[in-house]
Structures are given as structure tokens and as C-alpha cells.
Write a protein that binds this ligand. Sequence first.
Ligand SMILES: *Cc1c(COP(=O)(O)O)cnc(C)c1O
Length: 423
Amino acid sequence: MTFENTLQYAQQLDQQDPLKNFRNKFHFPKVNGKKVIYFTGNSLGLQPKNAKKYVDEVMTDWAELAVEGHFQAEKAWWDYHERFSEKLAPIVGAMPSEITVMNTLTVNLHLLMVSFYRPTKECYKIIMEEKAFPSDQYMIASQVRFHGLDPKEVIVEVKKREGEHHFRTEDILAKIREVGEECALVLMGGVNYYNGQVLDMQTITKIGKEAGAYVGWDLAHAAGNVELKLHEWDVDFAAWCSYKYMNSGPGNASGCFVHEQYHDQKDIPRFEGWWGHNKERRFLMEPEFQPEPSANAWQISNAPILALAPYLASLEYFEEVGMPALIEKRNKIVAYLEYILQEVEEEVGGNFEVITPQERGTQLSVFLHGQGKELFHYLMKNGVITDWREPNVIRLAPAPFYCSFENMYEFGQVLKGYFSESQ
Ligand SMILES: *Cc1c(COP(=O)(O)O)cnc(C)c1O
């Protein structure tokens, strides 16, 4: 595709964009009275304008119905969480029964490890990527210690090659084969938070399972961003947060996937609570736990309805647009952003490097040779919100729901301004 670095051309791309009207369905922060150019939808998605309505609905039901709201509210609370399964299924490529929404991401990964990390004397190792998101590192190490084992002996990290910024699939597969029968679990980030790389989840899952391990994915940066086929790939379990590409609001609930082959496995270890109990008999308060025949068996407590409301609102947009259209725009806008970065580099000799490989979703990570944090602050002052990751990386994620091609052009102008001024 050949692009042009002009305002007119960018505006033309916007005009042709089938998703162009969605930009007006989100609230934008403003700098100098102008909507910001928002590159941090990979960290906290913007607020969908329908979110408030969904929250207000719950507030009104609570005011007018009080406890009766559990059953009498139009969106009744007692099975409110079940509304997510149908809507999330096409986003992550699962059957509705394989999905549940609860807690937050790290908590859910802990709960899923209770079921899927069961070390024995012979089979106890965990394969993950080096420099995974810190919460994942803490989570896995603490699980290992909980089993009385030493993280140094259990956790095997796949590393990037010297001088490279991405993981090679062949290195990941080789590591799984090398650990072989000792491998109890492969648990990685499907899309790396730092370099934006999309791992070959299908192949890694297949090889992990051939080695006899369980395979789980942290999909924090993948859900709502890249194509997923969790059921078909035979993934054992996965979890994601919803406040990044899924625009559900700060700290909001996490989605979980548990493959259907485990739904009627009676002896699977699990931390249980009343919300996972047979739905029809939940309020009979019987002493014996009867699991729901679905991922809902992993539910523990009654659901935080006020938090879930904006997540449900956001999924309305996903339902309207669908992942294929989002991915199509994503590919185009990310390619345009990459082109703009190259243009700026050629024109003003900016000293930076895109470290995201071609296997990518919405995010481009830009490694700065030299300029450091001043660029980040300069962008912020000029209405461009990016984020900064040590040691020297700025991450740019033009979320296809609400970023425009004109934004990419404008960003290029701001960037050019910076490099011209600083030379
Ligand atoms: C954002 C993110 C988290 C955050 O976890 P919470 O428990 O929701 O705070 C965890 N892991 C990865 C890979 C992430 O990108």
C-alpha cells in the first residue's frame, strides 16, 4: 500500500473508514481545548458514551428495587455475568459456555493455576517468556512457592536472542521440547506488552500439549486486539483484563476461558464459592457444591454489578462492529502510523527504531536512541498521549475504535516539530 503524508490524504482515509462514526461514541480527554491523540488504548481504553447509561440503570434499579433487583431488574443481577458469554465468544473464539467474567486478571490467573498447575515430582516446570509483565512474574513465582518449590528450579524462561527485540517461535518450541516431560505448564502473554509482538499461540499451544503440558494464555493485550480461536486451538485456559482494548473502565473485571473438556471433570481442583454452584439450586443453600457445567463453575462470589455495567456497554459496540472490521482498520491505521514514523525519520533524522515485529496487533513500540523521556513529555504537552516503558520505549497503540488517520498525520507533525526544535 502506498500512503501519503498529507492532511488531505489522511482525511480521505478517514472518509473511507467504515468505523469513522465510532470515534464520536467515546469520551476524549482534552489538551488546550482539543481532543487528544490517544495512543494508550492498550493501557486504559477510552470511555464509551453508553457506559454511563448502563451504570445509571443499575443505580436506578438499586434505588427502586433494592434487593428485588437480583431477580426483578430488567438486567437481573443474579445472572448478570452470564450476559457476557455470548458477546465475548466471537471476540476470543470460544463457545459461550467456555467463558465467564469475574474478579481481575491476576486474581483469575491465580485461580486458574489452582486448576492447571499441579506439579508432581517428575513434572513440575513452567515455561514462560523472559521479562513478562511483572504481575505475571510475581503470580507464577508465588504459586510455585505455594507448592513448596523453588521458582529458580521450576520456571524456565524463553529468551530473546542477543541483539534482537522479539521472541522467535522456533526458540519457544525448542525450549518446550527441551523441557519435555518435565513441563507441567506453558503460560505466556499472547501479545507481549512491551514490544507488541503477537506470539504464534496456535503452534505454541499444539507443541505444549504434545509435550503433555497444560497451556494457558494471558490475553491482557490480545483480547479485543487480535484474532483468537481459543477453542479451536485447544487452549486449556486463558484470562484477560477488559480495561485495555475492551474499554470497560479502570481496574474492571477480567474474562476467563476454560476449555469445555474440563467442564465436567469432577476431580479438577478449584477454589469454589456459591456463584459457581448449580444455578437453579444456588439459593437452596445446600452444603454440597454442585458445579455449573461451564466455565461459570470457576465463579466464586456474587458479581460486582456496578463494575460490570460499563463492560457490558462496551461489548455492545464490539457486537455492532465485530472483530473482522476492527482488525481490518487496525491493520491499515498501524501501517499508516508506521509509514508516518518512517517519513519523520527520513525528513528530520529522528534517532529511533520500531522494535515491534511484523507479527503485531495495534501496538508499535518505538525504541528511542538518545532522546529519552523529554520526547514523552513534549508529546503530552502537545496533546499526544503515549506511554513510557523503561528503559527507553514509547508505546503507540492507535485503537481502531476511536483513533483516526488524521490523528496519525497530526502526530507526525508534532514529532517533526520536536526533532526540528531539538537539533
Ligand atoms: C495489564 C496486564 C496485567 C494487569 O493485571 P491486573 O490484575 O488486571 O491488574 C497483567 N498481565 C499483563 C500481561 C498485563 O498486560
